[in-house]
Design a protein around this ligand. Sequence first.
Ligand code: HMG
Length: 416
Amino acid sequence: MKKRVGIEALAVAVPRRYVDIEDLARARGVDPAKFTAGLGAKEMAVNDPGEDSVSLAATAAARLIQQQGVDTSKLGMLVVGTETGVDHSKPIASHVHGLLKLPRGMRTFDSQHACYGGTAGLMAAVEWIASGAAAGRSALVVCTDIARYGLKTAGEPTQGGGAVALLVSETPDLLAVDVGLNGVSTADVYDFWRPVGRREALVDGHYSITCYLDAMAGAYRGWRERAMEQGLVRWDSKLPSEQLARILYHVPFCKMARKAHAQVRLCDLEDSGNGPATPEARDEAAKSQASYDAQVAKSLGLNARVGNVYTASLYLALAGQLHAEGAALAGQRIGLLSYGSGSCAEFYTGVVGEKAAERMARADLDTVLAKRERVSVEEYERLMNLPYDAPEAIAPEPGTFRLAEIHEFRRKYAGA
Ligand code: HMG
């Protein structure tokens, strides 16, 4: 029998503070409806320099191990997906490995390709296990990022930060991945980038949306072709994409998931051979509110309250989806679309596990979010203006890590 491989459990870490998106809109003299209805945001995570990509990753991983009782002696790989690296050479994975006192006999590395780096890491882990090379060991994949465009930029309301840690194993209680069915699409584009030495990303915002939609169309069609060969979906009265119970997307801002879903449907409607005859009618059918409500809307609960988390955004959507409907989706196949600027997109599917609800209950996501403090726009601006290398002396909350200091270019962490 083919091995079942996938995500056994997950944990989420978010910065301690957030700003209300309507407060931000008012402070910028923008109609709040632009950020709420136009972008789909509610709240935006705000990190301080002590909550860097390492401390968020280590907190999420420590939480996963503690909440789910992970036997760390069975771990053979630790991959950190990130585009918020802290060093050109030393990976975040080595910090996390040290902070969590993980076994020496592990492969550790970071995986970078904008927001796609987490999925690249996940696939490396899944395929390592599926190949048999893991010999029964599990992998830890941590997606961690701080999305930062800068004050008063167009990207400002689409910032955020946090980390999602995934345990990958032969016991996929959350999601058994359909190994080998992935569709991928790569293009060399400058839609979003962050040159070495810059803290803030550069972005060609509207072009980045076009690049995302173009790449995802290629990735989705690639997946659909393989899924059809294996009889997982077919052309019939329901579109192939409608044969998936839910579809989760990379979420730079929530409205993007709506655009992405319409694009997936448009691919099906254009290729079906018996869909609406005119481009206008196909566009209309692609934007179906009923389909969005049924297949996408419930995945966005966490993303709307945290903002963009780059590599972790898709996995925050997975967390939100299974938090909302883990029991109802048990045994059903869902789709996942990862996009990283630059660019690479990957569409893959998996079957939700019977124990998804139980595993998600242990992740205690309501408490993770409820513990946060709402700050004013003034305080958010103060935090944004703090130098990255001089963290404020704040004692870490129990179970979390913080950057304590950077001395002679060496980072020291406290906590957990
Ligand atoms: P903008 O130009 O300020 O906003 O920037 P806009 O004018 O496009 O308006 C946004 C939406 O609000 C529009 O809706 C407006 O109609 C609507 P749409 O037409 O798109 O459906 N709107 C209103 N709605 C209700 N009431 C109102 C109102 N006013 C306007 N009063 C933009 C928006 C997203 C471009 C900007 O925030 C940005 O540059 N963000 C960063 C880039 C980004 O997130 N790109 C997404 C795709 S690329 C990606 O996902 C990769 C990424 O995660 C990075 C990585 O891979 O590492 C970014």
